[in-house]
Design a protein around this ligand. Structure first.
Ligand code: ADP
Ligand code: RBF
Ligand code: MG
Length: 481
């Protein structure tokens, strides 16, 4: 059992300040409590009274913890399973799972861009214009349902079947271009290396799934089960696909964790009785996902230990190393908000020509090195996104150079190499709390950039080199992680 706990949570029991001898002679219980997520370890003292020993995350000290709260429950006793009579009915804690079921389009693959590309061309031929705002209407639907929506909304002079037969070859030609979303390869490799069973459950036909994943090394072999929309009676939001996956894996639905980007997918997972993490693929949609057990911003933010799965071990001092990417150009005027409102100046770059690079990276706080042609190389922390506190309409980059300058440098060439990730973009209850958080981000970046892992990039020739015609050097590396 000790080994089990250690394996599941990647932590040693007795590491200070959690010294708690004598360990081996005790019987252990794994407990879950809504206040101390996710899991902690206890020994039984008397009837219904436990001593907390160690948590995977937050537990402050080894306190005596009586089973006074109705929200505490025993998940596992000595490796077996036992539930207390006081187990809460409130859905405030997360359940331990033993497998992960992944959706494909929009969850592992960045399919949205291809969909827009095809619809732009097709609708253009018919004198219509694809309106990106329609995207949410087709998200997560079966190909037939999605096609029917478009035929109807655009009043196309063809049947849904005719429409499908025209656009299917257009899609097939582009499948080789679909990139893995940031964090997708990292997740697959991690679960693989820990022997956690994985399945793929998509509304796409089985044949399209196979074709799409064939361009991604190691994916097909990673899934114990793959099920397409054409292999069950009804697609998502019906639970059929997920229930069939659970059956074939031989795992109870309640022990399955579904990861989904679309609303129909979330509904399907919940109806199947599974735990569901939503990773919305369209911006500003979080509020629609209330049915999910958790909503995260991107796969980079997935905390597997919350579900009793082995945690990622690649975070270094509150930062996640990413494959570096590059962006640059002359500094332009922004909203004039940075220094005036926040006291934190951010040197804005034009997003023109960089839209694909920017859309590829999830909204969030990143850091790296900034080169200014005549001034040198400086540490930098930045935000990518819509600044929820100010609710911008365009996704933008806001780099704050961690250095005091005596004057402005508008018009100067700024080059950035982005090497790590800190956190998702968030909203804040007050301006003060936003400012405080940005300063905290600055400190994290400042410290991390001294680690050899990140400091080596300070000498990257891109930061000091000649001005290239197109500014950006390489953009697609994040999805390698
Ligand atoms: P804007 O909205 O025009 O970007 P800001 O108030 O955000 O205005 O200020 C950004 C400008 O301040 C930059 O373009 C740059 O010229 C200057 N600046 C001075 N110090 C810094 C710094 N440490 N980081 C970023 N920009 C700085
Ligand atoms: N704005 C937000 O609304 N939410 C954030 O989480 C957020 N994080 C930031 C982190 C850093 C390191 C920086 C430099 C800025 C961040 N901002 C955030 C953006 C801030 O709102 C922006 O710089 C101003 O709006 C200036 O235009
Ligand atoms: Mg600015």
């Amino acid at each position: 059992f000790c080994n089990f706990f250690e394996k599941m949570h990647g932590v040693g029991f007795c590491s200070p300040p959690f010294q708690f001898p004598p360990f081996p002679k005790q019987r252990f219980f794994m407990l879950k409590h809504s206040l101390f997520s996710p899991v902690f370890l206890a020994t039984k003292r008397r009837k219904s009274q436990y001593s907390l020993l160690h948590s995977g995350a937050l537990l402050p000290v080894n306190t005596n913890y009586a089973m006074r709260s109705s929200r505490i429950r025993i998940i596992s006793e000595g490796g077996g399973v036992c539930m207390t009579e006081k187990m809460s009915t409130a859905n405030t804690f997360k359940t331990l799972v033993s497998c992960v079921i992944l959706d494909l389009d929009g969850t592992l693959l960045s399919t949205d861009g291809i969909v827009s590309e095809v619809l732009k061309v097709f609708l253009g031929k018919h004198g219509k214009q694809w309106d990106g705002r329609e995207a949410h209407k087709i998200l997560g639907k079966t190909p037939f349902e999605a096609a029917a929506v478009i035929v109807e909304d655009y009043g196309l002079p063809c049947s849904t079947i005719e429409f499908i037969s025209e656009i299917t070859p257009m899609f097939s030609d582009l499948w080789c271009k679909i990139k893995a979303l940031p964090g997708a390869n990292r997740l697959i490799k991690h679960l693989n290396s820990h022997g956690v069973p994985m399945a793929l459950a998509s509304n796409s036909p089985r044949e399209s799934i196979e074709a799409k994943i064939s361009y991604h090394k190691g994916w097909k072999e990673s899934f114990a089960v793959i099920i397409g929309g054409d292999e069950v009676r009804t697609g998502k939001p019906s639970p059929d696909i997920f229930l069939e996956v659970a059956k074939r894996l031989g795992i109870e639905p309640s022990s399955c964790l579904v990861i989904e980007d679309s609303l129909p997918g979330v509904t399907a997972g919940k109806t199947a009785g599974m735990e569901v993490v939503a990773v919305p693929s369209l911006p500003k949609q979080t509020h629609r996902y209330t049915a999910a057990d958790e909503v995260i911003n991107s796969l980079l933010d997935l905390q597997l230990e919350k579900w009793g799965l082995p945690p990622f071990e690649d975070w270094v001092e509150s930062t996640l190393p990413i494959d570096p990417w590059y962006i640059g150009g002359p500094v332009i005027k922004g909203f004039g908000r940075g220094s005036k409102v926040l006291g934190i100046p951010t040197a804005n770059l034009s997003t023109k020509g960089y839209e694909p690079v920017i859309s590829e990276h999830p909204a969030g706080v990143y850091f790296g090195w900034a080169g200014l042609s005549t001034r040198g190389v400086f540490k930098m922390v930045m935000n990518i996104g819509w600044n929820p506190y100010f609710n911008n309409t365009e996704k933008a980059i806001e780099p704050w150079l961690l250095h005091e300058f005596n004057d402005d440098f508008y018009g100067e060439e700024l080059r950035l190499v982005i090497v790590g990730y800190i956190r998702p973009e968030a909203n804040f209850p007050s301006l003060e709390s936003l400012i405080e958080k940005i300063h905290e981000d600055g400190k994290i970046a400042e410290r991390a950039l001294d680690l050899p892992l990140y400091s080596n990039y300070k000498d990257d020739i891109y930061l000091k080199g000649e001005i290239l015609n197109d500014g950006a050097r390489s953009s697609n590396s994040l999805n390698l992680i």
